[in-house]
Write a protein that binds this ligand. Structure first.
Ligand code: CO
Ligand code: CO
Ligand code: CO
Length: 318
């Protein structure tokens, strides 16, 4: 959709929308650049407080993926005035405020409109040194790919809507989505990575494809090493697959080379549209060990799931 808009050009515009990066970056001075992003959506869980937390963790994640330090936020709210009790909205906002505080984001205000369905999210602004912006287009062939959160929360949310997700599974998926990518971001800034992005609506395969196109590389994934909710693989085998996840699969189809014996349920999870997913990083092989250490010392598990390659294919091994 954005491709039809005129491309803004400005000497201080460092990252615009043409590379489908996580956030826009605008240089204020040789030492300082502004990083801005906005995200909002309808609830994917029933608990309004958890939804508020997830929406903010998801919005601020785009800044973490760019290596930026989040600073301020503005709430964006759509609410069916009169149709839903106002406590529902105040719980969403309380969850959002608590998550923003955890991220060190100062909420300056926001805007609410009357809307048929509740929606919540945040416009977040952060800062980064102009020379230390981490984009999705700096990867090199041979870089190892590291992912931090398990995949499958889109499938689990769809199962929840169809009353097919057990409460404990929803609780685990909710906890994953509500978790900030801050620690993962700090670790990758400390070690230095070539490229990074967060895994959200396009799924692992879709966001990896953006990284491949931006970096001019192909990629090879070892599917068995990718962290997933095993229940999501089972649900996908039973055809509990969100529309967005199916679209992601067909979007990557032209470059996808799946192993013939790859489990179709697992392939669906690799393409599953995530909310507030983990960071996907491309790290030079010599830094992989140090990245693992920096992540685990902050309580984050980094999974080495494959590597960037020459060419333009996305090969998925079983
Ligand atoms: Co993103
Ligand atoms: Co975003
Ligand atoms: Co206003």
């Amino acid at each position: 959709m954005l491709s039809r808009l005129p491309r803004p050009s400005h000497p201080d515009l460092l990252v615009g929308f043409e590379t489908n990066d996580d956030a826009g970056v605008f240089r204020l001075s040789p030492e300082l650049a502004l990083v801005q992003t906005v995200d909002f959506f309808t609830p994917m869980v029933d608990d309004p407080y958890a939804f508020g937390q997830i929406a903010v963790a998801n919005a601020v994640s785009d800044l973490y993926a760019m290596g930026a330090r989040p600073l301020t936020g503005l709430n964006i709210v759509g609410f069916p005035v009169g149709d839903v009790p106002t406590e529902f909205l105040s719980e969403i906002l309380r969850g959002g405020a608590d998550k923003a505080a955890e991220a060190g984001v100062v909420v300056l205000g926001g805007h609410t409109v009357d809307d048929a369905e509740p929606k919540f999210g945040m416009a977040v602004t952060g800062l980064v040194h102009p020379d230390r912006v981490i984009t999705n287009s700096g990867g090199k062939a041979g870089d190892r790919l590291v992912l931090t959160k398990p995949l499958g929360v889109g499938i689990i949310s769809t199962a929840l809507k169809r009353d097919r997700a057990p409460a404990d599974l929803v609780a685990r998926a909710t906890a994953t989505m509500a978790e900030l990518n801050r620690a993962a971001s700090e670790a990758m800034i400390e070690i230095g990575v070539h490229a990074a992005t967060d895994v959200t609506g396009f799924g692992l395969l879709g966001h990896l494809l953006e990284m491949m196109r931006g970096s001019g590389t192909g990629a090879r994934l070892e599917a068995s090493r990718v962290p997933v909710f095993p229940e999501a693989v089972d649900l996908a085998r039973q055809d509990v697959i969100p529309g967005g996840t199916r679209q992601n699969l067909s979007h990557v189809q032209p470059v996808l080379v799946p192993a013939p014996d790859l489990d179709p349920g697992l392939l669906a999870v690799l393409a599953d549209a995530q909310t507030s997913g983990g960071l996907l990083m491309a790290v030079p092989p010599g830094h992989l060990e140090a990245l693992h250490t920096a992540l685990s010392s902050r309580g984050v598990t980094g999974h080495a799931i494959g590597e960037l390659t020459e060419g333009d294919r996305l090969v998925v091994r079983p």
